[in-house]
Every structure is written in C-alpha cells, then in structure tokens.
Design a protein around this ligand. Structure first.
Ligand SMILES: *Cc1c(COP(=O)(O)O)cnc(C)c1O
Length: 404
C-alpha cells in the first residue's frame, strides 16, 4: 500500500507553485523528483566527508571511499548482479551505452549485424549507427505495430549467425510499452549474440534481476529513480567487461603507467577514469534504498491504478487519441487532441501549473511511424494522485476550447 500523504511530504518540490498555481508534475518519464532523504545525502556528503576517493590514506578519503563503494553494493544488490565489480558507476544511461558501443569497435567485423528495435530512444540508436560506421557492421531494426508493440516474428527472421549484438529498451519512454525482454534475450543467445537492455525507463517501475534475465549488459540512470542527474550504472557480465577495452584513459583506471606501456586497473575501475560524481553515486544508493523501502510491487500497483484512471478520463475528451496501447505498459500516456499541435497544448497547461512533455521524446522514428510531429506525454509516478489527473483533464479541456 502507498501512503500518499507521507510520500508527498518527502518531496519538497511538490509544494512549489508554478505560474502561481500548485505544481502538477507529470513529466516523470523525463526525470523523477528527488525526496528529501536523497537531497540530504548530497548535503551530508559535502558537509561532512567531501574528499577524493581510492587515493588518500587520510580519514576523510577513506570515509568517502567507503560510502561510494557502499553505494556500488546497493546498486549490485538492487539489480542482483553476482559481483560488485560488475557494476560500473557512470554518468548515466547514455554514457553506459557509449562505453559498450565504443568497446565493440574492436570486436565487430564488416557485415556483422546489430539488431535494435523501432521503439528506441535516440541514445540507443545513434551510438550503434556510429559503431556501424566504424566497423562496417549492419544495423537491422525490429518493426512495431499500431499498438506500439514489437513484431516478434520479424525479430525471429532478423536473427542469424551474423547477429552479434541486440539492443532493446525494456520500456519505451515515448509510449510506455513493456518489451518481452526475456524472450528477446533467450533468442539472441540461441544465435550467439550479446544483448544490452536499456532499463532507463523500466527501472522506476520494475526491479530487474540481471542474473535471472541472463542479460549481458543492463544500463540505467539514477535521475529517473529519484536520484540525482549525471549518475547511472552499467552492469556487464564479468567476461564481457574483461573483453571490452577501457572507454576513457586517465587517472583511477590504470595499474601501472610508463611512457612505453600502461596496464589497466581491474574491474570496475578500468571503466571509471578520473574523479567520479562521488556525492551523486552515494545519493544513487540512497535513492534505491528509498524506493525499495516503499517497495516496487507497491509502486507498480499504484502506478497501474493511476494509468487506468488517467486512460479512462483522458479518453472522455473528444478527439483525444492515445499512441501506444499495448496491454503491457507502464504509467506513460502519449496523446494528441485532434490536429492541435502538442506544443500549443503543453504551453497552455504549463500556465496552469501542469508539467507534461511535448515533442518527439528523443524517439523520432516512432513519431515517423505514426506520421505525427510529436505527442503530449503525461507520465505518472508513485507520488502523483488522482486529483492531479483530474486537474490535467480539466486543463486539457480548457486548452482544447482555446485552440479549436
Ligand atoms: C531517459 C532515457 C535514456 C537516456 O538517459 P540519460 O540519463 O539522458 O542518459 C535512454 N533510454 C531511455 C529509454 C530513456 O528513457
């Protein structure tokens, strides 16, 4: 059960006014809000133990190192990785994907094939296109249907012994579709391909188990999980992380440096060049603690209730069309009203204090599929309420009257 009043009291920003109106924050798929516990852990770090990690013998440095490594273990436990050194702390999902995409440059050969899905975020398309340019590998795309679901038969047809890598998001940020990643992973492994799952959009709702999934790489961002921006994780199976070369050269990632030859540090430090976002990493751990205390089953059940309520209420608005109608979806609703431009709707309801996303949501190929320039996207988190959904619906009705 969700104690909504208690939860809302943890989020100072929910008391803010925007344009003179109480904030109604429905842009959670872009970034989540931050509870006071997470904010405090950042303040505490800088107030009490700020120091560089893994280097100093002095007390503060040891305390900072301990706190940072503790956070890594929290991430490891949360994702159920076998070893803590299989968790690389990064600057976020995009950074994590680039570590893998760059690493595969030395592994792929001309005419090898990479499969991505039609539902990808740009950060899960562009790095692979760049990898194909460097290696001569070929990018193939799993198509989707009107409901916003991947066509699994087409996926079967794309797979062959040429397939070396498969990259799919667990949940589409533009439509909310939950993809059948267990099946995607199993089938890729049958032809000997590695799989990277982009969990940026699923992790706020679903707790993944990377060992059970048997996935090769899994990536996520802290800022969609009630944590700070500019922090994230890359899980990789030990054998894969050992196979990939380092992404950046610098301090922290070396064992020994001479001008003739440098040897690299062991995992995870091989991929963690330079001084990281130490406070951010620690706060990521605090954010996972916070969400686990509420419980992901409770979060998913409550958000589903919000999704069902909002879907029903929104469809009462004449001319409103929802994009992404898979039965298996998270609390994201992408829609348009008649031929009104999404930007116009977003601007008007912003004046009423309501924050939604408008545009292509970093997923232009999906918008091209539906032949639309973009959508309005409302995305709900466990701290939203039915009352806020009612305010959204009222505001949309007003915007519609003004714009048609
Ligand atoms: C947000 C998001 C990303 C990008 O995450 P960053 O934190 O901006 O690196 C990638 N993929 C999906 C599905 C997302 O929702």
């Amino acid at each position: 059960m969700i104690d909504i009043d208690k939860i809302r009291a943890d989020f100072p920003i929910l008391n803010e006014k925007v344009n003179g109106k109480p904030l109604v924050y429905l842009d959670n798929a872009a970034t989540s809000q931050t509870p006071i516990q997470v904010i405090n852990s950042i303040v505490d770090y800088y107030s009490k133990i700020n120091s560089n990690i893994h280097r100093g013998v002095h007390t503060l440095s040891q305390k900072a190192t301990d706190a940072y490594e503790q956070a890594r273990i929290k991430v490891q436990k949360h994702f159920n990785a076998k070893n803590n050194y299989e968790i690389i702390l990064t600057a976020g999902t995009t950074h994590s994907i680039n570590i893998v995409a760059t690493g595969f440059t030395s592994i792929l050969k001309k005419d090898d094939e990479i499969i991505v899905s039609a539902l990808e975020h740009h950060s899960n398309i562009v790095p692979w296109q760049m990898l194909c340019e460097r290696t001569g590998a070929i990018l193939k795309v799993i198509p989707m249907n009107e409901e916003g679901e991947l066509l699994m038969n087409e996926y079967n047809n794309l797979l062959s012994e040429k397939t070396k890598l498969v990259f799919v998001n667990h949940v589409s940020n533009a439509l909310g579709t939950i993809n059948p990643i267990e099946e995607i992973i199993k089938k890729a492994h049958n032809v000997g391909a590695a799989v990277l799952i982009d969990g940026a959009q699923s992790c706020p709702h679903i707790k993944p188990d990377v060992q059970k999934l048997d996935v090769d790489f899994y990536v996520a961002s802290a800022h969609k999980l009630c944590g700070p921006t500019g922090v994230g994780m890359l899980y990789g199976k030990e054998e894969w992380l050992n196979k990939l070369p380092p992404y950046q050269g610098g301090g922290e990632m070396i064992k020994e440096v001479t001008f003739e030859k440098t040897t690299y540090a062991d995992l995870p430090h091989k991929f963690e060049a330079g001084t990281p976002n130490i406070a951010g990493g620690i706060a990521f751990g605090t954010a996972l603690d916070y969400m686990n205390e509420i419980g992901f089953n409770n979060i998913a059940a409550y958000e589903n209730e919000l999704l069902t309520y909002a879907t029903t209420k929104l469809l009462e608005i004449e001319g409103l069309k929802i994009y992404g109608t898979s039965k298996n979806k998270t609390s994201v609703i992408s829609f348009n009203i008649g031929s009104i431009h999404p930007y116009d709707i977003g601007s008007i309801i912003d004046k009423l204090g309501i924050a939604v996303r408008t545009g292509h949501h970093c997923a232009q190929p999906i918008m091209d599929f539906y032949k639309i320039p973009g959508t309005v996207r409302a995305s709900f988190s466990f701290y939203n309420t039915k009352k806020e959904i009612e305010l959204l619906v009222e505001a949309l009705k007003r915007a519609k009257t003004m714009l048609s």
